[in-house]
Design a protein around this ligand. Structure first.
Ligand SMILES: Cc1cc2nc3c(=O)[nH]c(=O)nc-3n(C[C@H](O)[C@H](O)[C@H](O)COP(=O)(O)OP(=O)(O)OC[C@H]3O[C@@H](n4cnc5c(N)ncnc54)[C@H](O)[C@@H]3O)c2cc1C
Length: 511
């Protein structure tokens, strides 16, 4: 196959790693996707460096009879950017970022990840609605919708996608613009999921001027009823309330069922937030926000320590080794460990709260879902972490969203939903964990934790509906991800992607 590849390229031959010959150490490193629950052995990984090369590899893979996978940041929760015996079109070497101040857009190649993009944007005093995790790729994030610290004030990232370069199924290259003839494809890329419509080799995303000061903070409750914390958080994110709370999510840890009444049941809760303003202003808001439910701890970084703004440690994970060695009991969530972006095995499932909100019954359903005989305190101590994260969608942007101001609109179907409900289980098996002998303990609890995710997915929870494609769970029917956009997305793929053999297909693509 090696010679075939070399002969096939018109221009430079890209770097290729194969599952048979050459550098097997590099191959083994590069075949790994972020979710270590998956171990795939692609036939070849091709590191394209230009749109033309992507087109050539796409056509060649077909000629050679291989399925393709497309990978930018590799953070797909179901590992769909890699597969055994496939050819992986890896875009991680395409790393150009060009800021256009005149048009207020940034042009981003698909290999760029957030920890590379955000410092460049900061240097230019501009922002986009980015995500929370530094190693996530911009294409998968944006095409999936793109929820993050700016969502309340600026909307999902996909709303600002104003152009793209895409390679279609026949190898042709298209420039998509809002007013162009193929702008339906651009609509589909705004929240219609990755992979389905073609291979995106450049994104144009609208920028906004950064506020003079932003703060990332977290607030922890360890002894309060979770239902009260949830109620308070829901009040704070109400549309057109707390404009300067740019974005927030609330994490509530799951626990073994202990028979406590739901109204008084205590779970560890962490409110993560991004705020536009000074520390003084934030402290003043907090006096007001939390007067009726004082938190255990409030963590606000030092105003002079600007590095904290670039600290992208994921909000959702805690290192087992650190948890086990340094921390006891509930307070562990305060600690922000340095190795959060290491790939780790996990499983996610999600729902969206209906427009009218959870109400009392829905809040009880949510807390009930977090108390289960499938969760074990020993499992938590061993490093199997089960929890839900609620990500605020509602806020200034969607409260004031008028379709006439957005003629093209977007495929993202959840503009009126207050927040996402993301059930998660992560288990850490880092080298440190293995050295400490915790890996063995971890595997005693993972099956039941995965069963817990299944019960959450299947629970009767009528105050919720749908699911968020970026929190991909392959057991959820595809229609549920896209709701009212589903039929249109299928038609767009059929009409515009020039992909009659449906080679842009994985388990959760649109068809
Ligand atoms: C630790 C972690 C934190 C996260 N945090 C957030 C968050 O804060 N907010 C949020 O909204 N989501 C978040 N996510 C979810 C994330 O946005 C999605 O998993 C997203 O799809 C990842 O994009 P990627 O480019 O890194 O992944 P990849 O695995 O490379 O791609 C994801 C999907 O898109 C396809 N794809 C990738 N590149 C292209 C391309 N150039 N053209 C066409 N199709 C392509 C792939 O084939 C695959 O189907 C997080 C995920 C992880 C693992």
């Amino acid at each position: 196959m090696e010679n075939l590849w070399a002969a096939a390229f018109k221009g430079n031959v890209p770097e290729i790693l194969m599952d048979c010959c050459g550098n097997q150490e590099a191959y083994n490193e590069k075949r790994q996707v972020f979710n270590r629950r998956f171990q795939f052995r692609p036939a070849a990984i091709v590191f394209c460096e230009s749109t033309e090369q992507v087109s050539e590899v796409l056509l060649l893979a077909e000629k050679l009879g291989y399925e393709i996978r497309v990978r930018s940041g590799g953070h797909d929760h179901e590992g769909e950017s890699c597969a055994t015996d496939s050819i992986v079109i890896d875009l991680s070497k395409m790393k150009k970022i060009v800021v256009d101040h005149e048009l207020s857009v940034v042009r981003i190649q698909p290999g760029v990840i957030f920890k590379e993009l955000v410092p460049v944007l900061n240097d230019n005093n501009i922002g986009i609605p980015h995500g929370t995790c530094g190693t996530v790729g911009i294409p998968g994030f944006t095409m999936g919708g793109g929820w993050g610290p700016w969502t309340r004030q600026k909307g999902m990232c996909c709303e600002g996608l104003v152009g793209a370069t895409i390679v279609l199924g026949d190898g042709s290259i298209k420039q998509l613009t809002e007013n162009g003839e193929d702008n339906q494809l651009l609509w589909a890329l705004r929240g219609g999921g990755g992979m389905s419509y073609g291979i995106v080799t450049e994104l144009l995303i609208k920028t906004f001027p950064l506020p003079p000061n932003t703060i990332k903070f977290n607030v922890v409750w360890t002894g309060s009823p979770a239902i009260k914390v949830l109620e308070l958080w829901e009040e704070l994110i109400e549309p057109d309330q707390n404009y300067n709370l740019l974005g927030t999510n609330l994490k509530i840890m799951a626990k073994p069922y202990d028979g406590q009444p739901l109204e008084t049941s205590i779970h560890e809760c962490v409110f993560y937030g991004y705020y536009a303003g000074t520390n003084e202003e934030l402290w003043a808001e907090m006096d007001h926000w939390f007067a009726g439910l004082p938190p255990t701890t409030i963590n606000i970084p030092d105003e002079d320590d600007k590095d904290d703004l670039l600290d992208f440690s994921a909000w959702d994970r805690i290192s087992t080794a650190i948890r086990k060695h340094n921390l006891e009991g509930f307070n562990n969530v305060m600690f922000i460990p340095p190795d959060l972006d290491e790939p780790a095995p996990h499983k996610i499932s999600s729902r969206l709260v209906k427009e009218e909100g959870l109400g009392d019954e829905g809040r009880k359903n949510l807390i009930r879902s977090l108390e289960s005989p499938l969760i074990h305190e020993e499992g938590n101590e061993a490093g199997v972490h089960c929890y839900v994260t609620l990500g605020a969608i509602t806020g200034h942007y969607y409260a004031n969203y008028k379709p006439e101001d957005h003629p093209l609109g977007s495929a993202f179907p959840y503009k009126k939903r207050p927040y996402t409900v993301q059930y998660q289980v992560w288990w850490n098996t880092t080298p440190e964990d293995t050295e400490l002998g915790v890996e063995h303990d971890v595997y005693r609890y993972t099956n039941e934790a995965l069963d817990w995710i299944d019960t959450c997915r299947n629970a009767d929870f009528p105050q919720t509906e749908g699911s968020f494609i970026s929190f991909k769970d392959s057991s959820i029917p595809t229609r549920n991800y896209f709701m009212e956009s589903y039929e249109q997305l299928k038609n767009i793929k059929i009409s515009y992607s020039k992909d009659p053999k449906n080679r842009f297909r994985t388990r959760k693509t649109i068809i």
